[in-house]
Ligand binder design. Structure first.
Ligand SMILES: [Fe+2]
Length: 347
């Protein structure tokens, strides 16, 4: 058994407090070891106490197997969306592997990750994507091994606080009310508390959990501070987070076309929401037409991207589709057929 921060609203009678609970005057309201009754839960709610530490037990082996499997199946997808050399590719895979090993070895951490399982927007897949994109920016910035490891940890755990927000709100497909949105915003503070106060994980990683929703113009949360007060890791993770959230399907909206996301990132730079230099480094790595993209060509045909030469990322190899009933494959290498170009991406 070990302690875990849990929302009072989600507790049932019988849970055991793993830490004392204080009232506003710093007097002990409930002692460590108290087995909570219905009355105790009412008391905590009346005092406005949002979260408490309780003793928790999970099936360690089940949780370990689950997270490793998830990460292994997720790692290829974000790497197909970017252009990086094989050295960076291998380095990123190794760092993701190391961060998973670390998460598996920290008992308390694993249980928080396991709680994310009930959420429809897959936070673990999202975290793998954000880690890959963040590490690519870190590699391009020439970070050393130690710094990259800390960035991997911060990006992989950036949304860990969502484990305390609860599935009712996070799985909601309708637009959130302002009260609900305030509750979602709290995942930044919860994340910091889990990583820094409870698990004593590297301060740099905890800061990412806290600051990754701050924006350069002060329009972000939880504090609404400007970029110059936010550390570089958090500014990197903010870019990776926005990009991944927009390119993937969420319960509240469909995914957005890559080209539109790229345009959005340029707008975000011009409005001083995202860090200009870091976003440009990331934009430079993006593949506008990854394998599988359906496109319309300037000669009027539709086609599907089948191969991308990373040195000619605007001119991939495509296979023509809808060839008026012709039952054979026609491939075009657009890097050689310079008179033909891609006009648009088809949804
Ligand atoms: Fe977040």
């Amino acid at each position: 058994m070990y302690k875990q921060l849990v929302k009072v609203a989600e507790l049932s009678p019988g849970a055991v407090l793993a830490e004392k609970v204080f009232n506003f005057e710093q007097e002990v309201l409930l002692k460590k070891g108290t087995e909570l009754t219905k009355n105790h839960l009412g008391l905590l709610a009346r005092y406005g106490i949002d979260v408490v530490y309780i003793y928790h037990r999970i099936q360690e082996t089940e949780a370990k197997g689950w997270i490793r499997k998830k990460v292994n199946s997720a790692i290829d997808l974000p790497l197909q969306k970017v252009v990086v050399d094989s050295k960076i590719d291998q380095r990123v895979r190794k760092l993701v592997d190391e961060v998973v090993s670390f998460a598996e070895s920290r008992r308390g951490l694993l249980s928080y990750l396991h709680r994310l399982k009930s959420l429809e927007n897959d936070i673990v897949l999202h975290s793998v994507n954000v880690t890959v994109f963040s590490l690519i920016i870190g590699c391009k910035l020439g970070y050393g091994e130690e710094r990259l490891k800390n960035l991997a940890l911060g990006s992989f755990l950036h949304d860990i606080g969502k484990s305390l927000v609860g599935p009712q709100i996070l799985n909601q497909s309708s637009k959130l009310t302002s009260v609900e949105f305030t509750k979602v915003q709290k995942h930044t503070v919860y994340g910091y508390r889990i990583l820094e106060e409870q698990l004593n994980i590297n301060e740099l990683a905890a800061r990412v959990a806290y600051y990754h929703h701050e924006r350069g113009d002060g329009s972000g949360y939880p504090d609404g501070i400007r970029a110059k007060f936010v550390d570089e890791f958090s500014r990197i993770v903010a870019i990776a987070d926005v990009f991944d959230a927009m390119t993937n399907h969420r319960t509240y909206r469909a995914k957005i076309k890559l080209r539109e996301v790229i345009e959005y990132l340029y707008v975000a730079i011009s409005q001083n929401k995202l860090d200009q230099e870091l976003t440009k480094i990331f934009l430079d790595c993006l593949l506008p037409y990854p394998v599988g993209t359906k496109v319309k060509l300037s000669i009027g045909c539709e086609a599907i991207v089948t191969k991308v030469d990373r040195n000619a990322k605007m001119r991939p190899v495509v296979e023509l589709t809808n060839l008026y009933g012709l039952n054979k494959k026609v491939e075009l290498d657009l890097s050689k057929q310079l008179h033909i170009c891609i006009e648009e991406v088809i949804n």
